[in-house]
Design a protein around this ligand. Structure first.
Ligand code: EPU
Length: 444
């Protein structure tokens, strides 16, 4: 039985039954079928999550559009509701009313399930003068500390300490400051940008992250009346304002979902068109795809077409903060490189433990050797379908992409990861012609 909704049917953002079944289902994919047609890319998960938290800054209702239907969005919805935000959702729209917040303590049982809920700390502190948010802890891809967020909040004048695993932050009024980030952390840049919107005076974030999701957050805050310039460069300037007002905002397309479908098209040597993308957000990825032998054609209407020239070669990839090659597409590009002519080297520099897909790709017949954070891939003529398990979101997606090109059937477990970050994943692939089914493993 297929437990996901179709692309065309209205899908609630909070889809409890589908979520409950993530852990008790597997994806079965029969490889070798070329894909064809168009796929519409959803709004960006990593924008939607931070923008939802950003709504806490505002004492009037906000509307977010183009919100993807994902388990992580449901998680963030629950966190915000626990703080007193009233939320209504329809197909891909969220109406958030944060007018009367009832709590400044984010509950551990919700935060521990969703790292992005740590984003609540900056807006809560800035608007309410106090925030208590549990440390989110590590996850499958790394330790994921938050000391850059904490140091920056202290520089904005907050008193911050950690007790019993909870970050406590207090400030009657945050004060603008010049802050140098030791590393261009996406999350820390976003936390500090949100906090600084309501600080007194000017804040300069130096060595800031330049990811499109940071720009989207800045645009969202600007649409509520914040004064922010330089987002998308290494230096962001925020002039604090006393309060923010209601807005209606459209979330940017998901460049990582788009990259995932590019890899699906590439590995099956297909001709497909992605709709609703911003091709410039994928420059590092499309440059590499061209280098290994694919043709990429953007169109004027937010489209991006990928075509194959028949074979593809190996290459070298190093993940880096934007505009470098995204860590979130490393596993997916590696899946493609397993079937290249010649050898490739992939170096993961952003997260310390993001090669969990390697042993599973090897089970499918890939030739990959890992030393530290470097994987050396020798292209093989074919992959074979096998039972495999996804260890994190992008690792699971990479196994699905590999399965599209493998001989026979691949059965993928770990769908609770996939459902965190891909809206209607198998339906979108099925609409492109893939042979893919979600199969329950136990009665839910
Ligand atoms: N880091 C620190 N200290 C900090 C903050 C970060 O050492 O205080 C380190 C991290 O441990 C990591 C590196 O800096 O090694 C990069 O972390 P960053 O803060 O930039 O990442 P993030 O904000 O935690 C977001 C995305 C990730 C994406 C990364 C990098 C969200 C909700 N998550 O995480 O998305 O991989 O940026 O682009 O925006 C995913 O979607 O699968 C995903 C993991």
């Amino acid at each position: 039985m297929n437990t996901l909704k179709t692309v065309s049917s209205p899908v609630s953002i909070v889809d409890q039954p589908a979520l409950a079944k993530s852990q008790s289902s597997i994806l079965e994919i029969w490889g070798g079928t070329p894909l064809e047609g168009k796929v519409k890319i959803s709004g960006a998960k990593n924008s939607a999550l931070v923008l939802m938290a950003g709504a806490l800054l505002c004492s009037e209702p906000c509307r977010l559009q183009n919100v993807p239907s994902l388990a992580d969005i449901q998680g963030m919805t629950r966190i915000l509701e626990s703080l007193g935000v009233k939320i209504k959702q329809s197909i891909d729209t969220l109406e958030l009313d944060p007018t009367n917040l009832t709590s400044t303590d984010a509950p551990y049982e919700l935060v521990s399930k969703l790292r992005a809920s740590f984003f609540a700390i900056g807006p809560l502190l800035a608007r309410m003068g106090v925030a208590k948010v549990p440390l989110p802890g590590g996850c499958a891809i790394g330790a994921r500390p938050v000391e850059i967020h904490v140091r920056g909040l202290k520089q904005l004048g907050a008193q911050v300490y950690i007790e019993h695993g909870v970050v406590h932050a207090y400030a009657s009024q945050l004060k603008g400051a010049k802050i140098y980030l030791d590393y261009p952390s996406v999350g820390a840049t976003e936390t500090l940008m949100m906090a600084a919107t309501l600080a007194e005076g000017e804040t300069i974030l130096d060595n800031a992250a330049q990811e499109p999701e940071v720009i989207d957050l800045a645009n969202f805050c600007r649409s509520m009346g914040a004064k922010i310039s330089g987002a998308g460069t290494k230096t962001i300037t925020i002039s604090g304002v006393p309060n923010l007002h209601a807005t209606d905002y459209d979330i940017v397309p998901d460049r990582i979902e788009a990259g995932t479908f590019l890899m699906a098209g590439a590995i099956t040597h297909s001709d497909i068109l992605l709709e609703s993308v911003v091709p410039e957000h994928l420059s590092a990825v499309t440059a590499k795809l061209k280098e290994v032998g694919f043709q990429l054609t953007p169109d004027a209407n937010r489209g991006l077409r990928i075509q194959s020239k028949g074979v593809h070669t190996g290459t070298e990839i190093e993940t880096l903060p934007y505009p470098g090659f995204p860590t979130d597409l490393q596993s997916l590009f590696m899946a493609l490189l397993t079937l290249s002519q010649g050898s490739s080297v992939v170096t993961e520099t952003v997260f310390e433990n993001r090669l969990g897909h390697v042993p599973e790709l090897v089970r499918m017949g890939a030739d990959i050797k890992v030393k530290g954070n470097v994987a050396v891939i020798q292209g093989v003529p074919f992959l074979s379908g096998a039972p495999v398990t996804g260890t994190d979101l992008r690792a699971t997606a990479a196994l699905a992409v590999a399965a599209l090109a493998a001989n026979g059937k691949t059965s993928i477990s770990g769908l609770q990861h996939l459902d965190r970050g891909y809206a209607n994943f198998e339906q979108k692939l099925r609409d492109l012609g893939a042979r893919i089914e979600r199969v329950p493993t136990v009665e839910a």
